[in-house]
Write a protein that binds this ligand. Structure first.
Ligand SMILES: [Zn+2]
Length: 482
């Protein structure tokens, strides 16, 4: 780690030899985020890389300063061209340069921001074999069928999750191509590994470059004027223990942009929940978490971006399917419209929220209850319905605490003390008659009744919550407090 950070520092200093002594280095380029995920059930962790591809083609791993993190975090800047001011003093925790100021700047490739995703988002699947590994774990028919608009297919899945705002029409797969090098050429490079392993890290750049090059005769990445949005790289053997998803700035067939990209080992494409998770990272989504405070972001079964395959509907061909992602993530991508969000005012409100997998609703899809300026609770309803949410732990109101800027902004709220290790317990499922109370923040949510497609809830916010609590205490009526 020392050696790598010294190398990066040397790069930075070399760019500013004429201004030696300045504290900040200013660089222009494309900012991308990558997430490395350990296999479901492995008990291992994850890694997040924030990468600046400078205009002269260097890739530099960076960190985001705390202030910028609070102002929307990496999601706000992911996949965008920026002018970044980097602190030459290394980030104390990571040893990487730290971005202390950012602004978006226009690029020649037009709109490249990954914020908000709508319309057709075509992906291309490239199955790549290491030169020394002959296995073909799945065939062309499998990869091609994965994009179908049929139950279990990714086009069907993304349409349902986005309420028809996106699809993956135009996606395609090709048959296996072969990389020019052996497996160890791409994996055994010094580095931090995908979850801290000191001597095993996939060379994502080389894998991307060689796999897309091997497919170049078969794929027109420019799409004849309508370029692919995403690239699923399917490898025929393990990488560094992780599947990876995020965005990657590159020029392919004359198109320069951040390509939504996943790097999948065989266990990735064996379960479409993992594909959904990594493609979600490709759209800029972070993880969500439970509230147990451990280092794992894979312990909430309510989100494909947490426990990707836990409580999943099973498909005979495509394995554990993805479930929906949480309302916070859907809203961040523009899939929940402002009219479908109840922005809770101070006082007491009674509303109906429909379950999150419902195709259309005349009620609300979520409520948002602000506190501490930038933070808020989200209230959503989940039910065991449909082809993707059909195996969830229960039918209940689910509440998330959202703190922008932390690595998993949304943590599912658990009424039990201590919180469960895995958020499939009664403590996270708010049922009729139960009340969530955060007295410090003066926020209360009561589940009043079940409705046709969700629940009627009462939301109280502000001083009125303290009054309710005091009155209840004086009346000796605290029986309903969860
Ligand atoms: Zn992940």
């Amino acid at each position: 780690m020392r050696r790598i950070s010294a190398f990066v520092l040397a790069l930075l200093l070399a760019t500013t030899a004429s201004s030696a002594g300045d504290e900040l280095i200013r660089l222009t380029g494309q900012l991308d985020t990558l997430w490395g995920d350990s296999a479901p059930g492995s008990g291992q962790g994850y890694r997040r890389i924030l990468q600046l591809t400078t205009d002269d083609g260097r890739r530099i791993e960076v960190e985001l300063g705390d202030g910028l993190a609070r102002l929307g975090g990496v999601a706000r800047w992911n996949g965008t061209r920026v002018e970044a001011s980097l602190s030459v003093g290394e980030d104390k925790a990571s040893g990487r340069p730290r971005i202390v100021a950012l602004r978006s700047v226009p690029g020649s490739s037009g709109e490249t921001s990954l914020r908000g995703v709508s319309g057709s988002v075509p992906w291309v699947t490239i199955p790549c074999k290491f030169a020394d590994v002959a296995d073909e774990p799945r065939n062309f028919t499998f990869f091609d069928g994965m994009y179908a608009n049929l139950p279990g297919g990714l086009d069907h899945y993304w349409r349902e999750v986005s309420y028809g705002i996106i699809d993956v029409v135009g996606s395609m797969a090709i048959d296996w191509v072969t990389l020019p090098n052996n497996q160890t050429h791409y994996i055994q490079i010094p580095g931090e590994g995908c979850f801290g392993s000191p001597d095993q890290q996939a060379d994502l750049s080389a894998l991307f470059a060689d796999c897309t090059a091997a497919a170049d005769a078969l794929v027109d990445f420019s799409g004849g004027g309508a370029p692919f949005e995403g690239i699923n790289l399917m490898f025929n053997s393990d990488l560094d223990g992780c599947a990876w998803g995020g965005s990657r700035f590159a020029t392919l067939d004359g198109v320069s942009k951040s390509w939504r990209t996943t790097w999948e080992p065989p266990w990735g494409y064996a379960n479409e929940g993992v594909m959904g998770h990594e493609m979600g990272h490709g759209m800029g989504l972070p993880h969500s978490n439970n509230s147990d405070g451990d280092g794992s972001p894979y312990d909430s079964p309510w989100d494909v971006m947490s426990s990707a395959t836990g409580y999943s509907v099973s498909d005979p061909v495509y394995g554990s399917l993805g479930k929906h992602t949480i309302s916070y993530h859907k809203e961040s991508l523009g899939w929940i419209t402002p009219g479908e969000i109840f922005e809770a005012p101070a006082g007491i409100s009674v509303i109906t929220i429909d379950q999150l997998a419902l195709a259309s609703t005349g009620n609300y899809r979520m409520a948002r209850i602000p506190f501490d300026g930038f933070s808020y609770y989200t209230v959503e309803v989940r039910d065991l319905v449909g082809g993707y949410d059909g195996a969830l732990p229960g039918n209940a109101v689910i509440i998330h605490e959202v703190v922008p800027g932390r690595s998993e902004p949304a943590w599912v709220v658990d009424g039990d003390d201590p919180p469960a290790n895995y958020a499939d317990t009664e403590g996270v499922m708010w049922r009729v008659g139960e009340t969530f109370l955060d007295l410090d923040r003066e926020i209360q949510v009561r589940v009043l009744a079940a409705t046709a497609d969700g629940f009627q809830v009462e939301i109280a916010s502000g001083a009125v919550v303290t009054e309710i609590f005091r009155d209840g205490f004086e009346n000796g009526d605290l029986s309903s407090w969860n």
